[in-house]
Every structure is written in structure tokens, then in C-alpha cells.
Design a protein around this ligand. Structure first.
Ligand code: AMP
Length: 216
């Protein structure tokens, strides 16, 4: 059977969201699960889960394992995921999360997105989205074609930045990533599931490149 269960792993700003969209071009039915997006949605709707996660997210800290694991387990057990496979974006972030995942649904491959730290800073501190439709932009690397107008929906762009995309929180997020990444990388290397991807310009990948990377 072909690979259909992927983990995207990499520091904040390594382009996990962008790369997920590219994977969806070759595997349109695969389910993209971003734990950060799920938390942000819950935060916005002020759900109990959102309230639990808020104080951690505001500081750039990880939400406790048991909270994240339960949330991911619920999602992975749904029929659409079982049928079409998944891209996990932002999970697992710690060794206990990785071990819990292997109990729930063993992944086929972990793609480690590698990007230079200076590029990451630019990507994160420059990123913003259109308040109307959510299209993503970057003031350094991906401005809209016409200044101030959204390419996707044509609205005048009201600048919206993620509340955790600031210099202080970013330092915490990068430090947290580095601390947790080593044991996770070791764990997946041992399982022979680790694959390194140079992610400085994933937008240049062709569909063939992506199929090669996914080994499908
Ligand atoms: P992200 O969008 O992936 O950068 O996630 C934003 C924030 O959500 C993180 O800084 C954490 O506070 C929280 N978060 C997302 N995924 C996880 C996870 N797997 N484990 C713990 N916290 C997470």
C-alpha cells in the first residue's frame, strides 16, 4: 500500500502549512491536521479547550501533552482520516506525543523541514493574513501583487498578524523546538521513518518532486 500518513516536522516558520497545501495537490483527499490551527480556532470561539491552551500559547510554550494527545486522538479516529490518511502538522512535538501517536496510528514517514534560522525569522515576523478570507502574505517574501489588496478575495487587506508571531514569543518557540526536536528526530531515525527535506523554497517543487519526497 502507498504511503498516506505523514508527519511534517520542523521549526515554526519552516513552511509546514505551505508544504501541506503542496502535498494536497498530489493527494487531494488527504486530511491536513494542524494542532496549532485547531487550538487557534478553539481560542477564537472561547471553548474550554481554547481556554485551557491560551496561557501556554500566549507565552510560546507547549500545551501539556495530555491535552494535545486527546485532541489528536479524537481527530485521527474519525472515518475521513482512516479512509484518506493524514498530514500531521505541528504534532508530535514531544517524545510522549510521538509514543502516543504510534499507539493510535503509526505514521509512514516523518518529513523534517530544514530551514536556516535567519530565514525563519523573516518568514515569521513578516507574515500576516487577510482578515476577510485568511489568505497568507509576507511583507518580505510574499507581498500581494497589488499593495494593500488581497490577491485571493480582492478586499482591501486589513493587516492581521498571529498574536504569537512576535520577536519575544518567537525566541521561546524556537528554543522550545530545538530542545524537543533532538529526541524526536532520534526516535524517528531509529524507526527508519525520518526524511530530511530542504525547505528553503518548497514553492519551487514540482508534483514529481513532491511524489519523490513522499515516496508515492
Ligand atoms: P503552531 O501553529 O504549530 O506554531 O502552534 C501554535 C501554538 O499551539 C504552539 O506554540 C503551542 O502553544 C500550541 N501547540 C500546537 N501544537 C502543539 C503540540 N503538538 N504540543 C503542544 N503544544 C502545541
Amino acid at each position: 500500500m502507498k504511503n498516506s500518513k505523514f508527519i511534517l516536522f520542523g521549526p515554526p516558520g519552516s513552511g509546514k502549512g505551505t508544504f501541506s497545501s503542496q502535498i494536497k495537490k498530489v493527494l487531494p483527499n488527504i486530511i491536513h491536521i494542524s494542532t496549532g490551527d485547531i487550538f487557534r480556532e478553539n481560542l477564537k470561539n472561547e471553548t474550554p479547550l481554547g481556554n485551557k491552551a491560551k496561557s501556554y500559547m500566549d507565552k510560546g510554550k507547549l500545551v501539556p501533552d495530555e491535552v494535545v494527545i486527546e485532541m489528536v486522538q479524537d481527530r485521527l479516529n474519525k472515518a475521513d482520516v482512516k479512509e484518506n490518511g493524514y498530514i500531521l502538522d505541528g504534532f508530535p512535538r514531544t517524545l510522549p506525543q510521538a509514543k502516543a501517536l504510534s499507539e493510535i496510528s503509526d505514521p509512514d514517514l516523518l518529513l523534517l523541514l530544514e530551514v536556516d534560522r535567519d530565514i525563519i525569522k523573516k518568514r515569521i515576523l513578516g507574515r500576516y493574513s487577510c482578515k476577510e478570507c485568511g489568505a497568507l502574505y509576507n511583507k518580505y517574501t510574499l507581498p500581494p501583487k497589488q499593495e494593500g489588496i488581497c490577491d485571493k478575495c480582492g478586499a482591501e487587506i486589513k493587516f492581521e498578524q498571529r498574536s504569537d508571531d512576535n520577536e519575544e514569543t518567537l525566541k521561546n518557540r524556537l528554543d522550545t523546538y530545538e530542545k524537543n526536536a533532538k529526541p524526536l528526530i532520534k526516535y524517528y531515525k531509529k524507526k527508519k521513518l525520518l526524511k530530511r527535506v530542504n525547505a528553503e523554497n518548497t514553492l519551487a517543487f514540482s508534483e514529481e518532486d513532491i511524489k519523490d519526497i513522499l515516496e508515492i
